[in-house]
Design a protein around this ligand. Structure first.
Ligand SMILES: Cc1ncc(C[n+]2csc(CCOP(=O)(O)OP(=O)(O)O)c2C)c(N)n1
Ligand SMILES: [Mg+2]
Length: 440
């Protein structure tokens, strides 16, 4: 039997800094650590109290009524209406572009149905020049910043107004230096360590130090990537003002979150990196606004990272390449839409304040639909960039051999079939100069 050592014995020279006093049961601390020494064998497996699940911060209940004791973020009629209008814009845009993809007019689309409060609430709480590194469901942040529907459409159609990628990126892989929105890239979680680097850079630029943060969005699925851990470790040790916003929408394509991790969600990982962390009701736009505002303040005041886990639900399919009813019940989705709809919850709050009514709702819906349809029709009518742009702006510096080779191959094929084969003739007609820039 192993007996506990008498408190007066020092095991190895220098290892125990203070000899315990039997009365106070103070066994001191290990060197280079604040961890108090205890004599009781006890494991733990929770970060919030003894075995408790991390709580979820909420301001509005399911019918838009403030919870007792909850503090509302600073919000007046004008801001509240702007937030609501942007929340409503997202499903309007999603519905049109989803159908446009189904008609074969764009190649791909990702909707964000169900996550309107997380996206718009966080966008409204950030400063307009905070650097944003998104995953792919954050188009609403750009719209909040004034990017405009024409630019979103141009990118999805890859038309000549898609100045950021000139048709080379998949739809919704947006980017805008002007609106401080870094390029979306498909490989999951790459934006997380990048955000740690961007935040560090912000700290080193005198004009932006203590003024700007890097806000990084990712899904709970992406948090299973090694890059998540690398990014949080970097941001916490360097340290840097990076705000990590995990959108926990319940799914990574077909894998439910119950199969993605065994721990207490994504929030439980923050304290492991010494990062201030909060879990928030991601379908409560006011709770998201308050949490992001406070998180942003902490990022700047302490120059350190913060983690927010926003609990929400992906109402739409993962993307146009997915049929989610193959792995979840229709009734589950319908229930979420009815019982915890972030847009309805906020509208009920607005109505209770006298800031919204049925007439405003009808006018807004008509206006948004007209705006989206106008932008869609315009984007559809514009030509694609010159075909030669396919090979430009791919790498910096001298053009590598592989691009030269691919251009020559395409040129050869165009000269052979471009004027003969109907599918190619039709496709070529959609480019500016009808691909003459390559054929001639
Ligand atoms: C490195 C990598 N692995 C797999 C994929 C395929 N993939 C694309 S999205 C996705 C699910 C991501 O889920 P989550 O991060 O929760 O985001 P959500 O789609 O739910 O918003 C997967 C597995 C990918 N794009 N990159
Ligand atoms: Mg997800």
């Amino acid at each position: 039997m192993i007996r506990s050592a008498p408190s007066s014995i020092v095991f190895r020279a220098g290892q125990v800094r203070r000899i315990a006093s039997a009365a106070g049961k103070d066994y001191g601390r290990l060197p280079h650590s604040n961890s108090p020494i205890v004599s009781k064998l006890k494991f733990f497996n929770a970060v919030s109290g003894d075995g408790n699940t991390i709580p979820t911060y909420r301001v509005l209940d399911g019918v838009g009524k403030p919870l007792e004791g909850a503090e509302l973020p600073e919000i007046d009629r004008a801001l509240a209406r702007k937030v609501y209008e942007h929340m409503q814009l997202l499903p309007t845009l999603d519905t049109v572009l989803y159908n446009v993809q189904r008609q074969g007019k764009i190649s791909f689309y990702v909707s964000l149905h169900g996550e309107e409060a997380t996206i718009i609430g966080s966008a409204a709480a950030l400063e307009l020049d905070d650097e944003v590194l998104g995953q792919y469901r954050e188009t609403g942040v750009l719209l909040w910043r004034g990017y405009g529907l024409d630019n979103v459409m141009a990118q999805c159609f890859g038309n000549e107004e898609d100045t950021a990628s000139k048709g080379k990126q998949m739809p919704v892989h947006l980017s805008s230096p002007k609106y401080h929105f870094h390029t979306i890239s498909s490989p999951l979680a790459t934006q997380i360590p990048q955000a740690a680097g961007v935040a560090y850079a912000l700290r080193r630029i005198p004009s932006r130090r203590s003024r700007s943060i890097a806000a990084c969005y990712f899904g709970e699925g992406a948090a299973s990537e090694g890059d998540f851990h690398a990014g949080l470790l970097m941001a916490s040790t360097i340290p840097s003002p990076a705000l990590f916003i995990a959108r926990n929408n319940g799914f990574a394509i077909s894998t439910p979150s119950s199969e993605q991790f065994y721990g207490d969600g994504i929030a439980s990982r923050g304290p492991g990196y010494g990062i201030h962390t909060i879990r928030v009701d991601g379908n409560d736009v006011l709770a998201v606004m308050s949490a992001v505002k406070e998180a942003r303040k902490r990022c700047l005041e302490e120059g350190r990272a913060v983690l927010i886990e926003a609990m929400t639900y992906r109402v739409g399919h993962h993307s146009t390449s997915d049929d989610s009813f193959a792995y979840r019940a229709r009734a589950e989705v319908e229930d979420w839409k009815k019982i915890d709809n972030p847009i309805t919850r906020f509208r009920l709050f607005l109505e209770s304040q006298g800031w919204w009514d049925a007439q405003a709702e009808e006018e807004l819906k008509d206006r948004l639909k007209a705006d989206v349809m106008k932008a869609f029709k315009r984007a559809e009518s514009l030509p694609k960039p010159e075909l030669k742009e396919l090979f430009t702006d791919v790498y910096g510096g001298e053009e590598p051999w592989n691009l030269k080779e691919q251009r020559a191959e395409l040129q050869g094929l165009l000269r052979k079939y471009g004027n003969e084969w109907e599918p190619w003739k039709a496709e070529i007609g959609r480019f500016r100069n009808k691909a003459r820039d390559l054929i001639d």
